[in-house]
Design a protein around this ligand. Sequence first.
Ligand SMILES: NC(=O)C1=CN([C@@H]2O[C@H](COP(=O)(O)OP(=O)(O)OC[C@H]3O[C@@H](n4cnc5c(N)ncnc54)[C@H](OP(=O)(O)O)[C@@H]3O)[C@@H](O)[C@H]2O)C=CC1
Ligand SMILES: O=C1OC[C@@H](O)[C@H](O)[C@H]1O
Length: 383
Amino acid sequence: MAEAAPFTLRWGILATGHVAERFVRDLLTSPLSRGVYGIRHQLAAVASSRSLHTAINFCATAQAPVGVKTYGSYAELIGDSDIDIVYIATPVSHHFQNAMMAIDAGKAVLCEKALTVTASQARTLVTAARKKRVFLLEALWTRFFPLCAKVRDLVASGVIGTAYRVIADTSINLEISGSPGDLHEDHRLLKRDIGGGAMLDLGIYSLTWIMQILYHLQREEDKERPVVVSAVNAYPTGVDEMASFILNFRRQKAMGIGMTSLRIASGVDYDFTAGPTVRIQGSSGEIQVFGPAFKPKRYCVIRKDGNGEIETEECPIPKDKHRDDWGHGLFWEADECARCIKDGKLESEIMPLDESVLIVEIIESILNSGGIRYPDAITSHRM
Ligand SMILES: NC(=O)C1=CN([C@@H]2O[C@H](COP(=O)(O)OP(=O)(O)OC[C@H]3O[C@@H](n4cnc5c(N)ncnc54)[C@H](OP(=O)(O)O)[C@@H]3O)[C@@H](O)[C@H]2O)C=CC1
Ligand SMILES: O=C1OC[C@@H](O)[C@H](O)[C@H]1O
């Protein structure tokens, strides 16, 4: 019997910045190069808010195939009937408006992290997607790494006993060399008007590690939400440059301890000096994760009764040799979109919408505790 043709998902790319290029390069790799079958991705169109030329140049740089449509406005892309899903790769400040526009037009949406600047925006977006019955997913790419799936499975299967503590750090160093104290203010992460700051950009990864173990793995019927305490340092531009937080799951007798910084990196070098960026400690052992928390590379399992033996699992990002050996790791979230949409699902079980909303709520409470306020222009529900 002939094999069924793979399900094809037609993508429209909204914005042409740094992550959009990486995402498109990933989309253009073959799912077979990472052992994924039954789906394929088609890059249908790219839009830039700046100009048509920017979109055309973007396609050339990303080595897009001929025939990809290009637009000089987001509205044109969203109105294109040959697109199934819109990937939103604008700064956080613009996610609410961009995603709302796509949802209103009945398009599925994969929206970069953080889902929105405020919890109220996140709730409104999710309500709109559910009402319109369109697929919506926050592009928290790390969640979809096979490494994360393996770690979740290991914890759920009781390999380390009961998980009582998760410690996670996601930090980079934006200090200007030779000018101690000063950070690179031209960096998007220092800009308040586009939703900069450590928590929304990087702390969210520490948070997702804690949440995918201590929250996501709880029984669906009676999930315990954490009580949050935090400390935040602000930078003169008004964004948070450093934050530490504790998520207390009292009923589980468990705590998540998260850190993020734009001043001091997780380690001088992620491979050799950072140590584990994530530690999951259980009653009978520990799982340690190495590499940046947003792009983990390997994990090891240390059992209390293991006589000091450490089981290490390397998890390299698969490369496509037909695409210049490219592979960044963003393709796994794209594959999840294709699988969900193929199966008629409106959200992913790996990163449910209620969890995305809860994550923005937690970030908001952490930022509020440090007096961080974003301008009305990016916190409103104006379209
Ligand atoms: N998953 C991951 O690995 C990563 C995710 N991210 C997330 O992706 C998003 C974008 O980040 P990144 O690509 O690094 O950002 P960039 O600044 O490189 O790109 C953002 C793009 O958004 C568009 N844009 C629209 N309005 C504005 C505006 N007012 N200011 C700036 N850009 C605007 C522009 O595209 P155009 O002019 O074509 O419309 C711009 O190129 C963020 O939400 C971030 O959190 C970022 C890095 C890595
Ligand atoms: O989401 C992200 O992950 C990778 C980092 O390099 C980047 O700053 C951040 O936006």
